[in-house]
Ligand binder design. Structure first.
Ligand code: SF4
Length: 101
């Protein structure tokens, strides 16, 4: 497959560039999949954060900044209930009240 003017055992610049360009999409997809996988594994186990499916006082997933409706959490793996709670609860900011007239 060598070009007539290419020395035996060498790859032409054109062949190298076309091979790299052809492989680039596959490399990007693999990198993205690896990144998503790594992100998924970075979540904490429910057991590690003492997750419970019930609120703790007025603290519950639905008013935690890490909650992802309808039943997810940015930091804790698995399904979480809006009424759940765990040790890394972070109260979501409430909108600033409107100035008095
Ligand atoms: S209380 Fe815990 S499990 Fe619930 S949303 Fe917040 S961080 Fe996630």
């Amino acid at each position: 497959m060598n070009k007539p003017n290419s020395p035996q055992g060498t790859v032409s610049r054109r062949t190298l560039i076309s091979t790299v360009c052809a492989a680039a999409p596959a490399i990007l997809v693999a990198a993205a999949a690896g990144s998503a996988s790594a992100q998924a594994t970075r979540k904490l186990a429910q057991r590690a954060v003492a997750y419970q499916p019930t609120p703790r006082g007025d603290q519950q997933c639905s008013n935690c900044t890490l909650f992802e409706a309808p039943s997810g959490c940015r930091s804790v793996a698995g399904t979480v209930a809006p009424e759940g709670w765990c040790r890394i609860y972070v109260r979501a900011r409430t909108p600033a009240s409107a100035p008095a007239n």
